[in-house]
Design a protein around this ligand. Structure first.
Ligand SMILES: Nc1ncnc2c1ncn2[C@@H]1O[C@H](COP(=O)(O)OP(=O)(O)OP(=O)(O)O)[C@@H](O)[C@H]1O
Ligand code: SF4
Ligand SMILES: [Mg+2]
Length: 350
């Protein structure tokens, strides 16, 4: 029975994204379900190529032009997939803001920073050029740019990588969005700047009761910043749970493997890190059952015949798709994993 939630902002059902290519149809997303409440933070993790970016890009209407999207993605009740583009554009950039990994993909190198930040507010909120400039200066201050009254006249190349990323956050926040999507927004930054930017996002999010999707390779990053975590593998969410439950009581074998592959501060100095053998499957020729089966040492017969359905755990907010899930006994020898015990250094990136 599906749970009724009163404060739902985003409700994605059976989202599929297929990209036709000469080597066949690439099934980038194979039925993603996500529900996100206002003010909540969802962490989205998984190996490279699992579909994290394509998922959030589908919500923003920025998938490749040949991509075929199916399913529904309701934002505040309106389906972003079928809404006429003119109406969807009122949501993209205004009610949903997005920050990308490389700030230079969002910044125009020949336009002054202040102008770029103010532009969204001018366009969506109908501000005059002068009002937009004032708003840009306020936003630059909010994201911690020193001397924003002067620095708004700078060009992107005059800023460091961390400052440029702060500018793209200011742009994404220009219209006070209800949902902010950060796709690997801090991956390219050094650990200290990464922490600062994540702290900033979290602070703004709490102040404004904004929902957030934090996309990351790095479970360390999401562990202490998200209310819930969804684990993606080969275009599907394979486990989704409140963050503390995911770390303490994960059931899917892929989640367990991911967690055991993370360097942690509490691990004995010379202990060997586990790795996940093999490579992710070819999305143009997915196996008939669980996509993780060729790499899974717990695979049983059912795993290679049909895709495992999402099943609720004891806590119904925790769901997983695995025919032979881990038990408390299996997890007994796992070192205690809790937020803060994991490294967020580059080595932690899978
Ligand atoms: N234009 C395209 N044509 C065919 N396949 C594509 C195209 N764009 C993306 N893909 C495939 O879609 C899959 C999902 O890509 P996506 O960028 O969402 O992964 P990701 O989880 O964000 O990975 P990363 O952690 O490296 O950012 C990948 O296997 C990728 O090769
Ligand atoms: S469904 Fe089977 S193959 Fe897939 S993770 Fe679970 S045990 Fe492993
Ligand atoms: Mg990505």
């Amino acid at each position: 029975m599906s749970e009724v939630r009163s404060d739902v902002l985003l409700d994605v059902r059976d989202l599929r994204c297929t990209i036709p290519t000469p080597r066949g149809d690439v099934k980038v997303l194979s039925g993603v379900n996500v529900t996100l409440d206002r003010g909540q933070t969802l962490g989205l993790v998984g190996e490279s190529g699992s579909g994290k970016s394509m998922f959030v890009r589908s919500l923003m209407g920025i998938t490749p032009p040949q991509a075929v999207l199916e399913g529904t993605a309701r934002f505040d009740g309106q389906d972003l997939l079928t809404l006429p583009k003119t109406e969807a554009r009122q949501i993209w950039g205004r009610r949903i803001g997005m920050v990308f990994q490389d700030p230079m993909t969002s910044l125009n190198p020949v336009v002054r920073i202040g102008r770029q930040v103010g532009e969204a507010a001018e366009k969506h909120l109908g501000l005059t050029r002068q009002q937009a400039r004032r708003r840009a200066i306020e936003l630059l201050e909010l994201v911690g740019i020193p001397e924003p009254g002067k620095r708004h006249r700078s060009y992107p190349h005059e800023f460091s990588g961390g400052m440029r990323q702060r500018v793209t956050i200011a742009m994404a926040l220009a219209c006070e969005p209800d949902l902010l999507i950060a796709d690997e927004a801090t991956t390219a930054l050094d650990v200290t700047v990464q922490q600062q930017i994540l702290d900033l996002l979290q602070e703004i999010q709490r102040e404004r009761h904004m929902a957030m999707i934090l996309v990351s390779h790095d479970l360390g990053v999401v562990s202490d910043r998200c209310d819930e975590v969804a684990v993606m593998y080969a275009g599907r969410i394979v486990e989704h749970a409140p963050t503390d439950r995911l770390f303490a009581e994960h059931r899917h074998r892929y989640t367990g493997a991911l967690l055991r592959a993370i360097p942690r501060f509490d691990r004995p100095k010379h202990s060997v890190l586990e790795t996940i053998e093999g490579t992710p499957p070819n999305l143009a020729a997915l196996p008939p059952g669980c996509a993780f089966a060729p790499r899974c040492r717990f695979s049983v017969d059912a795993c290679t015949t049909a895709v495992p359905p999402m099943t609720p755990a004891e806590d119904e907010r925790h769901r997983f798709a695995c025919y032979n899930p881990s038990t408390a006994e299996d997890r007994r020898d796992d070192p205690v994993v809790s937020p803060g015990t994991m490294s967020t250094s580059k080595e932690a990136v899978l």
